[in-house]
Every structure is written in C-alpha cells, then in structure tokens.
Ligand binder design. Structure first.
Ligand SMILES: Nc1ncnc2c1ncn2[C@@H]1O[C@H](COP(=O)(O)OP(=O)(O)O)[C@@H](O)[C@H]1O
Ligand SMILES: [Mg+2]
Length: 362
C-alpha cells in the first residue's frame, strides 16, 4: 500500500499544508522544531487514530485554532480510500471517503504504518507494560482474533478483580478464574508465535545495519512454559492460579496472568537494557521495526508504509549507508532528517524531498 496527498489544517504548527508523497522514498528535511515529526505524527494518527506522542488529542490543535484536521489518500491493490480525521475540543470524527465512521475498528485497518520514533528506544528500559503494549498493538493489527481474545480477557479480569474486592467464596472465585483460561491460552499461543517470528528476522536486520555477526533475541517471559498443547497449558494455568490464590484474596487483585507478562531483549545473550549503548539500542529497535514490516508482508501479502523519524542520528556513516541500502524499495518510506548529508547515498533523482520551515512546506 502507499499513501499520497497528505493535507493538514490547523494541525500543530501547520495552518494549511499539502504534502505530495511518492510511492518510494520521501525525505522530510528541516531544522529542529520546524514540523518534521508533526508530519509523521499526522500520518500515524490516520493509521491508528492516536498520536504516538501524547494521549490528549487536543494538543494536536494549533494553539490559535478550534479544531485540527488531517487527511490523505491510501492506495491498496486497486482500491483508493480517502481517510480523514477531525479533532475538536471535545472529541474526534473519523472519515472514510468523507463519510463519518462509527466504529474505530472500521477505520484502523485501512492504513498500516510502522513507525520508528526516537522515544521507542525507551522501550528497553521502561516497565513491562510498555513492551506488552507494543506487542499488543502490532499483533492486534495482524490478528483480529488476538484483539478479540485480549478484550475478552480484560473484561473477565476486571470481573474477577471486582469479585475479589468483596467477600469471596471459593467456588465462585474458581468460576471467575476459569473464565480467564480460554482467552489466555489463545493469547499465549499468539504471543509465542509472534516472538518466534520476530526472532527469525531480528538478527538478520541487525547485522545488515551493524555489518557484523551478532545475535539479537527476544525472550517471551510467559506465565507458563508450554505454548503448544492446550491441555498441558490449561493444567499449567490452573497450577499457576492455585499458587497465587491466597495472595489474590489477600491483596484483592489478580496477581498472575497475561497482563503481567514481559518480553526481554538480548544482544549476544546479554540483556539489552543493562549492557547496550544508545547506538546499539537504536539498531536493535530498527531491526525490530524492519522485522515487523516483513511479518506484516508475510501475513497480509502487502507491505505497510514505513515512517522513520530521526533514525540517522547516533549512527556512524557506514551504518547509515547500510541502513539506507536495506530499506526495501517496495516499501513506501517517509524519513526525516535535519541534514541531507546524512542521506548522501541516496540518488536525489529517485527521492521526493520535502522541505519544512516553520510549519510550512517550501
Ligand atoms: N498545538 C500546537 N500548535 C502550534 N504549534 C505547535 C503545537 N504543537 C507543537 N507545536 C510546535 O511544533 C514544533 C515542533 O514540531 P516538530 O514536528 O516536533 O519539529 P521537528 O521538525 O523538530 O520534528 C514546535 O515549534 C512546537 O512549538
Ligand atoms: Mg522531530
């Protein structure tokens, strides 16, 4: 898929902007604070309905205005859809071909974008919740069943927690616990398969950028060991909940479950969060994002678009060059930079250069 004709109105520091994009490499160039990330953010917003930078949509509205809007056209196979989003002070409207859509889920599948943002590197040092969120988002885009199981699980978890707040009866509590098992087994299977998939690509991409022969691994720290046999998984889950039962009753909350799992990253068997430099973390994060692009292609038979914000900084010239060579030509890419020198390998003839200054496209 690819996008073009991005139009913004009162979005962040843009009053009115039209950006033409090509189905290939697009480079947004400008000094700091001019509006490069804002453009990527708007595209990401049209993919996920959320900004990657903040939770409060109102921050997207230009300081002097009452609303903000963004739209673009997405092309997939022979289908063309115009996606739009309007942010008001008290909510937002999603539009497909100028018609408002009722459910977010109708909108979210239309444009698949994989974004690398500099803040992504916090992932390694952040709490498990942040790592779970990343995997949940990416897996949710690939599998409707996963989203369904996850929302079922969270609903049942809430019910169990509510029940724990009152006086608990053993048999009733068991019933609440058993409600968790079915979605939990599905979720663990899907998470395990997704991480296996990522592990097939991660080292390859890392080594392509780094030019050496290292091993990048993600380990899924699941609540149970078994990931295949549903019967064995069920038994292990039961044991797990039995072991935390007293604690659950005492603390009045559910202390085990897929809402407590984690994913740990390793470079050559050493934990990334403890031993890796910023540059290494950056390359691992890039490898992760490029792996996700490949997995999306493998499953959907269609490439997502790739948004790269400030990827080049902290990489030395060799690595930049290797990264640029690595970007698949078949993937529409939008990349930001403060300095075209960083992109010197790229033949300007094949690139769409977008110059940004003070919220205006030159
Ligand atoms: N709601 C808003 N209204 C007007 N300007 C904004 C708003 N939000 C952010 N900005 C401005 O946008 C600029 C930052 O844009 P950004 O895209 O992050 O820059 P960069 O080119 O460095 O990526 C800053 O000058 C900031 O003041
Ligand atoms: Mg920026």
């Amino acid at each position: 898929m690819y996008i073009d004709e991005l139009k913004l109105r009162f979005y962040r520091n843009y009053q009115r902007a039209e950006v033409n994009l090509i189905n290939g490499m697009n480079v947004i160039i400008g000094n700091n604070g001019q509006g490069k990330t804002n453009l990527l953010e708007a595209i990401y917003l049209l993919s996920t309905t959320r900004s990657h930078r903040n939770d409060d949509d109102r921050e997207l509205i230009n300081f002097t205005q009452e609303f903000a809007s963004a739209e673009l056209t997405v092309h997939r196979h022979d289908i063309e859809d115009k996606l739009g989003i309007v942010i008001h002070k008290n909510g937002k409207t999603l539009l497909i071909n100028n018609n408002p859509v009722r459910r977010n889920s109708e909108f979210i599948g239309k444009l698949n974008a994989v974004l690398f943002a500099p803040t992504d590197m916090d992932l390694f040092d952040n709490s498990p919740r942040v790592r779970r969120k990343l995997i949940d988002i990416e897996l949710g885009k690939l599998s409707a069943a996963y989203m369904h199981d996850l929302s079922n699980y969270l609903k049942s978890l809430k019910e169990r927690n509510n029940y724990l707040k009152g006086v608990t009866d053993q048999i009733m509590l068991e019933t609440y616990t058993e409600m968790l098992f079915e979605p939990e087994i599905n979720i663990i299977k899907e998470r395990a398969a997704f991480i296996d998939n990522l592990n097939m690509y991660m080292s390859y991409f890392y080594n392509q950028i780094n030019g050496e022969n290292d091993q990048v691994t993600i380990r899924y720290q699941s609540m149970i060991d078994e990931k295949n046999d549903r019967e064995v998984m069920l038994q292990q889950l039961k044991t797990n909940y039995n072991n935390t039962l007293d604690r659950d009753v005492y603390l009045k909350q559910t202390n085990t479950g897929i809402h407590r799992e984690d994913y740990i990253f390793y470079l050559n068997e050493r934990e990334v969060s403890k031993f890796c430099s910023q540059g290494q973390k950056r390359m691992i994060m890039l490898a992760l994002k490029l792996s996700i692009v490949q997995i999306i292609f493998k499953i959907k038979r269609e490439y997502p678009i790739l948004l790269l914000d400030d990827v080049m900084s902290e990489l030395d010239a060799n690595k930049r060059e290797r990264l640029l060579r690595l970007l698949p030509e078949t993937v529409q890419t939008v990349i930001t930079t403060t300095d075209l020198q960083e992109m010197s390998l790229i033949d300007p003839k094949n690139v769409n250069v977008i110059r940004v200054r003070k919220g205006m496209i030159d």
